[in-house]
Design a protein around this ligand. Structure first.
Ligand code: CA
Length: 228
């Protein structure tokens, strides 16, 4: 099995160094981001096998990124919470983080948690969504990838979230509010128009992959639905 890829989001250089050293020595490949913005970019380029996410980062809270990830993916998330920040730990777990360690932590303890999470993720890897032989889509939630008729789609994070949501509700109309809440989060400033814009680009990508097909059906005034 290829060595597991870990994305570490941590702005404290000393902590990052010791985590990277420990994980790499154990054969894991580590990519490091100091900022949430860079972490989002990394996640868009390639889904890691596991995310280690600090809460307090210079450009925002790791909790927000954790929430975003959970709208569309089962990517294992280990939160690093500042010492004594009980609220971060509770919130992180509520938002769907799989585990946490409080600072200061020993690198060995972190490694043991990471190993345990990777093992569980492999055991519980979602079976490919049952296609019952008819769906032309293959969805890899952990890897945030979707293929159409065997061709991997090049989707942005939001497009992935939209398509994954529509595929989870086949034949059901999803209102723009449903999609906003599922993909952007309930407290986002995005509007119905944001959904429409992303559906438009998503639709263009699907048509490019499967010309002549229109999988996403617009129900005027109501929302969108995955046709079959
Ligand atoms: Ca920090």
């Amino acid at each position: 099995m290829a060595c597991a890829q870990v994305l570490l989001v941590e702005d404290d250089p000393a902590i990052a160094r010791s985590v990277i050293y420990t994980l790499e020595r154990d054969g894991l490949a580590v990519t490091h981001s100091l900022l949430l913005s860079d972490a989002r970019r990394q996640l868009g380029l390639r889904a890691p096998d596991l995310l280690i996410l600090d809460v307090g980062l210079p450009d925002g809270s790791g909790l927000d990124l954790c929430r975003e990830i959970r709208t569309a993916s089962n990517l294992p998330v280990l939160m690093l919470s500042a010492h004594g920040e009980e609220i971060d730990r509770v919130l992180g777990l509520e938002l769907g983080a799989d585990d946490y360690v409080s600072k200061p932590f020993s690198p060995r303890e972190l490694l043991a948690r990471v190993r345990g999470m990777l093992r569980r993720a492999r055991m519980h890897a979602p079976a490919p969504v049952p296609s019952s032989g008819v769906s032309p889509f293959d969805i890899d939630l952990a890897g945030q990838r979707i293929s159409l008729q065997g061709r991997q789609l090049q989707l942005t994070r939001r497009e992935f979230g939209l398509l994954a949501d529509l595929l989870r509700h086949p034949g059901r109309i999803r209102s723009r509010e449903d999609l906003l809440a599922a993909v952007w989060g309930a407290d986002s400033d995005s509007t119905d128009r944001t959904v429409d814009t992303h559906i438009k680009t998503l639709r263009a990508k699907l048509q490019e992959a499967a010309p002549g097909q229109d999988y996403i059906v617009t129900h005027r005034g109501m929302g969108y639905c995955m046709g079959t």
